[in-house]
Design a protein around this ligand. Structure first.
Ligand SMILES: C[S@@+](CC[C@H](N)C(=O)[O-])C[C@H]1O[C@@H](n2cnc3c(N)ncnc32)[C@H](O)[C@@H]1O
Length: 343
């Protein structure tokens, strides 16, 4: 298109020039002037057109430049953001590495240092407290160990009643389960029922034994009975109430269960003495052998809980001295285990 316009332009110039030459040759000055004027007009129009195009192309290149600058600026800011992100990540990485080193060195040093420091301070200001905390910690560890041994032995049908506090502690119950498996008793009598009744009920069911669990307290006896039913152990355990009565054994006055309930309940292969409660009289559990000796099978085991308490220690001493019983399994748990012999 542009080429054709240029050709037409030159053709127009050539025609005008020829017209000028003809006008000069023919002596027509007016024609010559008209041709020159047309040439000037054409050249001016051409210059205007060229100027317009130059302005357009400058505008275009400015626009292109502007857009390119914008793109470059965008790219630059993207690069900057990326560089910032990388720098941030590097910082984070360094921070984490430092933290890891700190933790590593603290693991060996700091807790021990802090622990020792605290222990030293407590030791100085409250020696009894430190002793108590250490004791409790050891006790808890001991219970956890016994519990890990005991729990797999039962397959409970319902939530088990908690051991410890008012009831026998876990280690003692675990010791009892060992004794039951070794001796395989047929008849068991428990004085003072509660959580232990349920735990032992599961072990006794396995060996097809029966247990009579006696309580002086109606309310607690009914809780224990409810637990036995909840665990489906009613064919194994019979819970009975025997109120406490004033009695006198070997010159010592105190309260013990009303003995009628026990008549004919033997032969007992395993007697568990965990009642009456210590607060009911000074030597609350001591009378057990005197009242029950007629029901004990030859070689029966008599197990006493809380054997390290003074009243219980006195009962053990009396059973050995007055009834010739032999203490066995010493130091396994908090139970005192004695063997009955009628001879
Ligand atoms: C030394 S406790 C131990 C009872 C049971 N041998 C045991 O270890 O779970 C003796 C007395 O605690 C009472 N007892 C039973 N269940 C109880 C309960 N849920 N809360 C508090 N005392 C309870 C009973 O009266 C029982 O004679």
């Amino acid at each position: 298109m542009r080429r054709r316009a240029r050709l037409l332009g030159w053709l127009f110039v050539a025609v005008l020039a020829s017209a000028g030459v003809v006008a000069v040759w023919a002596g027509r000055v007016m024609w010559l002037l008209a041709a020159v004027l047309a040439l000037v007009v054409f050249t001016a129009a051409l210059l205007v057109e060229l100027g317009k195009r130059a302005i357009d192309s400058e505008r275009l290149s400015r626009e292109v430049l502007r857009r390119m600058r914008k793109q470059v600026a965008l790219a630059e800011s993207g690069l900057q953001a990326e560089a910032d992100r990388r720098a941030g990540l590097l910082l984070l990485h360094d921070e984490l590495a430092r933290l890891r080193v700190d933790i590593q060195s603290d693991r060996d040093g700091l807790p021990v240092r802090v622990g020792t420091e605290i222990a030293e301070r407590i030791k100085r200001s409250q020696p009894d407290l430190l002793r108590k905390v250490s004791y409790e910690t050891r006790e808890q560890l001991r219970d956890m160990e016994a519990f890990a041994y005991l729990y797999p032995q039962v397959h409970p049908a319902a939530l088990m009643p908690p051991l410890g506090r008012w009831s026998m502690d876990v280690r003692n119950v675990a010791h009892l389960t060992d004794l039951i498996r070794q001796r395989v008793p047929r008849r068991v009598l428990e004085l003072g029922g509660g959580a232990s009744t349920v735990w032992l009920g599961y072990i006794l069911r396995e060996i097809d034994a029966r247990m009579l669990s006696v309580d002086h307290d109606e309310k607690f006896a009914s809780i224990t009975r409810g637990n036995i039913l909840r665990h489906g152990l009613e064919a194994v355990v019979d819970v009975q109430i025997a109120p406490l009565k004033e009695s006198e054994i070997a010159g010592r006055a105190g309260k013990w269960y009303s003995a009628e309930l026990f008549t004919g309940c033997g032969p007992i292969d395993l007697l568990i003495v965990d009642g009456p409660p210590g607060r009911s009289s000074r030597f609350a559990r001591l009378p057990a052998i005197e009242f029950l000796k007629g029901e004990l099978a030859e070689g029966a085991l008599v197990v006493l809980d809380d054997a390290d308490r003074p009243a219980e220690a006195a009962a053990v001493a009396s059973w050995i001295k007055d009834y010739g019983m032999e203490q066995i399994d010493i130091g396994v748990s908090g139970l005192a285990v004695l063997q009955w012999s009628s001879t």
